[in-house]
Every structure is written in structure tokens, then in C-alpha cells.
Write a protein that binds this ligand. Structure first.
Ligand code: FES
Ligand code: FES
Length: 215
């Protein structure tokens, strides 16, 4: 292992393919346009690239150069989505992005969602708890990250009044299915996850003091 980072060093069937395609595309864009940098910024903290092999992915960097463990690894081929993080706010499969290609982009892991929007992160966790939207929990960080990004997008669309279609329960559920398609749940707990995501997406489309209660 190389130079110490500024982050504490550790040792260590849903239809629609829109979400998956977007996540892979974001990873591809990161690889194309990323430029050399001395560090990667994860949740606002610099993680040194000193001594990091050229073939280490962003997922490797997060797993082995920080104490953050919410970003999981499984297929390492961009298929399962369990390694999803946000790159400048966009869901991205961290197993497809080389650490040295991240450049100045801001990386947010599931542990850092509160830094972007603490209220949304809290409501999202509450919805997953209320709906019992996990079994083993392996896919949960990726699910939370995907739904977080989609909800921020839905909120922005609602603010712009562009008719994003998530204000209705049916519209929100449809969007939820698109979003979580980018992450495979090994426990097949999709119904509860869709329900939790639908709750949060629908709230985002009609924000108001009385609309934010989680069932
Ligand atoms: S581990 Fe990255 S997509 Fe499966
Ligand atoms: S809850 Fe086990 S993989 Fe989704």
C-alpha cells in the first residue's frame, strides 16, 4: 500500500434498463474525461493517489484506502450495481472507473449522502426502514445512493414544474423501478425497495410540510 491518505487509512425481475445504462454511461464518461490529479476527493476529503497502481478502480481506492465500507464489490464488471457511488452527483459504478481517471470530480459514497442533503438522506433511510426494504443489506448502499440521486432530480424537476411524472403513486413507482434496475438485489426484495423508493420520489414531487411523513 502506498502513501497515507488524508482520510483515515483502512486495511483492508424489475423491468427497464434506463438506470443501468445511465450508471454505466457515467462511468464511461469519467474514464474519458478524467484527468491526472494527486488525490481523489471522497465525501469532501482528499484520498492520496500516491502509490496507487494504475489499474486500481475507484472502488478499490474507496475500499482499500479509506475506512468507508458501504461501497460494496461483487461482479466488478459493471453489471450488478452494488458499487454505485455519486460522481459529481451522478450515479456511477465505481468498479468501472480508474482511480487515476477521477480527476477533480467529487465522489460521494453512501456514507456521505448527508453531506449533500441531510434531510433527504434521513427521509430515505426512514423510508427503507418503514418499508423493511432490505434483507441481507448487501445491495442497500447502492439502492440508497441510486434513489437519493433520482429523488434530487425529481425535486429539481418539481421545482421547475416540468411534469416529471413522479407526483402520482403510479408515476413514482414506475420511476422507482427504472432507478433500482441499476442494482441487483440478491435477496429478490424488490417489492419493498420499490415501495420505499416510491414513497420518497412521490414526496419529492410534491414537497410540503405535510407530505414528508414516512408511512
Ligand atoms: S461491482 Fe461494480 S457493478 Fe458489480
Ligand atoms: S437485501 Fe440482500 S442483496 Fe438486496
Amino acid at each position: 500500500m502506498g502513501a497515507a491518505s488524508q482520510v483515515e487509512t483502512g486495511d483492508g425481475g424489475v423491468p427497464a434498463a434506463e438506470g443501468r445504462s445511465a450508471s454505466v454511461a457515467n462511468a464511461a464518461r469519467a474514464g474519458e474525461s478524467g484527468r491526472a490529479s494527486d488525490a481523489v476527493h471522497v465525501n469532501g476529503q482528499a484520498v492520496s493517489l500516491g502509490g496507487i497502481p494504475a489499474n486500481w478502480t475507484l472502488a478499490d481506492l474507496i475500499r482499500y484506502r479509506t475506512t468507508l465500507r458501504g461501497t460494496h464489490l461483487a461482479c466488478e464488471h459493471g453489471v450488478c450495481g452494488v458499487c454505485t457511488v455519486l460522481l459529481d452527483g451522478q450515479p456511477t459504478r465505481s468498479c468501472l472507473v480508474l482511480s487515476h481517471a477521477v480527476g477533480d470530480r467529487q465522489v460521494t459514497t453512501v456514507e456521505g449522502l448527508d453531506l449533500l442533503d441531510a434531510d433527504l438522506a434521513r427521509r430515505l433511510r426512514a423510508a427503507f426502514l418503514a418499508r423493511n426494504a432490505f434483507q441481507c443489506g448487501f445491495c442497500t448502499p447502492g439502492m440508497l445512493t441510486l434513489v437519493f440521486a433520482a429523488t434530487r432530480e425529481a425535486s429539481a424537476c418539481a421545482a421547475a414544474d416540468d411534469g416529471s411524472g413522479t407526483a402520482s403513486a403510479a408515476g413514482a413507482a414506475s420511476r422507482a423501478r427504472q432507478v433500482i434496475d441499476a442494482n441487483i438485489c440478491r435477496c429478490t426484495g424488490y417489492s419493498a425497495i420499490v415501495a420505499a423508493a416510491t414513497d420518497v420520489l412521490q414526496q419529492a414531487a410534491a414537497p410540503g410540510p405535510d407530505d414528508r411523513a414516512v408511512p
